[in-house]
Design a protein around this ligand. Sequence first.
Ligand code: NAD
Length: 260
Amino acid sequence: MLKGKTALVTGSTSGIGQGVAQQLAAQGANIILNGFGDAEPAKAAMTQAGAAHGIQVGYHGADMSKPADIADMFAYADREFGGVDILINNAGIQFVSPVESFPIEKWDAIIAINLSSAFHTTRLAIPGMRAKNWGRVINIASAHGLVASAGKSAYVAAKHGIVGLTKAVALETATTGITVNAICPGWVLTPLVQKQIDDRAAREGVSIDQAGKELLSEKQPSLQFVTPEQLGDLAVFLCTPAANQVRGVAWNVDGGWVAQ
Ligand code: NAD
């Protein structure tokens, strides 16, 4: 279904980004991976997922807090893949602290990676999408793009910000074949959340399993984690013609979190 399209997924060496990239690869999209750490396992997973379609898989190690790196990644995408048709803004980090003791460098890093990077990728992707009159920008926001939690001021500010960015760019492209939407996951069991579970277990002197259950029961009525594959399948849907008029939404996939 996505054969001939190229998807750039930021932060796709692990977690949600890898899961979303994999579902797009399975539909035949070429994949450009990005993120820190060893990219080889993710690259192998993409090649396997897209094997039936003989997809092209690439990787660029841009640090998403650095606009010059992001520009270099888009030059790579133009050179090696003929541009980016599907942009998934996913790279993100977390830090938890009350606002009065929130380290300034952590605030700056969260805003740069979780929000400003999506501005830079979007401004670089839109001209090529306009030229083809087709494109998809999918921002992986969060339930924290819709509601807040204590201790997460920078993350909540960045995620509310990316929902705002989604709506503004959706309006700017509303008469074109480019759609811009956000997906707002609840808890997904990835390294980013595992750290919060481990911290909680240590703080409360409970088992990891117990800490995970408590985390879910506080926010997520389904008491089940969302999976990267489920988020990937929603991204695939947003790439279909059925979603041509889905524009500027912030679609929560959160086990009921924001319905409360
Ligand atoms: P993760 O830690 O598993 O993956 C984060 C990815 O981003 C990794 O590939 C990492 O290398 C990359 N990354 C981090 N900093 C980077 C930088 N400066 N430059 C380039 N790449 C960088 O986390 P995850 O849980 O998969 O989170 C992915 C996205 O989903 C984030 O935006 C996060 O806020 C969002 N999200 C996660 C959850 C959840 O419960 N896990 C819920 C809602 C939203």
